[in-house]
Ligand binder design. Sequence first.
Ligand SMILES: [Zn+2]
Length: 205
Amino acid sequence: MRGKIHSAAGIVLAEAIILSNSNGKPSWGITVAAVIGSGILALLPDLDHRSSTISRTFPLQIASHGLNILGFRHRAQMHSLMALLVLGGLMWVSSINLPWILSVCFFTAYFSHIFLDMFNEEGVELFWPLPWRIRLVPGFLAISSDNHSILQSIIDRVLHMLLMFFTFHLCIRYVAYLPGGDWLNIMWNKILSLVPTSIIGWIKF
Ligand SMILES: [Zn+2]
C-alpha cells in the first residue's frame, strides 16, 4: 500500500472524527494538529522499513535501521495489536496534556494503516509474537507492490473523494465565520440538504 493512501486514510478519519464531535465551528488549532498529526501517524508503522515513505520523507532511515538491528521486521511488530496496545497506553498517558480528541485521531490513524495493510498480499503479523500473517482478502484480489491492483485503485479513489469532501466541508465551516461568509455556508447547507440524512447525519452542523 502506498504511503499517500495511508496518509489520506489517516486524514480522512481525523476529519470525520472532528466533524462528528464539533458543533458549528471546530477548533482551528485542534483541526490542524489532528490533520497533520494523523497524516504522519498513519505512516508510522512503516518505520520498520528503510525505503518506506516515512523513513525517506523525514528522513528517519537511521531509526528504521536501528529498529531492524533490534529485530523489528517489516509488517510484524509495528503492524500488530501489541503495537496498538503500546500506542493506546502512550495516548492514555499523554491525554492528561493532550485534548482527548487528538489522542483518538492519532490512535485511529495508526490503526487505519494496519487495517489497510491487511489488504496487501503479504498481510500483517497482527497477533505478533505469533507468526501468523493476516490478510482480509483472497490472494487474487490482494494488493501487490508489483502489479496494478483494482482494489488499490478503488481504495485510492474512495479515499480521495472523501478527503476532498471533508476538507471542503471543514474549510466552509471556517470561512462561514469570517465577515461576509454566511452566504457560502447557506449555499453549502442547501447542497448538503440534497444528500440523505442517513448518509451525512452524523456530521455536526
Ligand atoms: Zn505498513
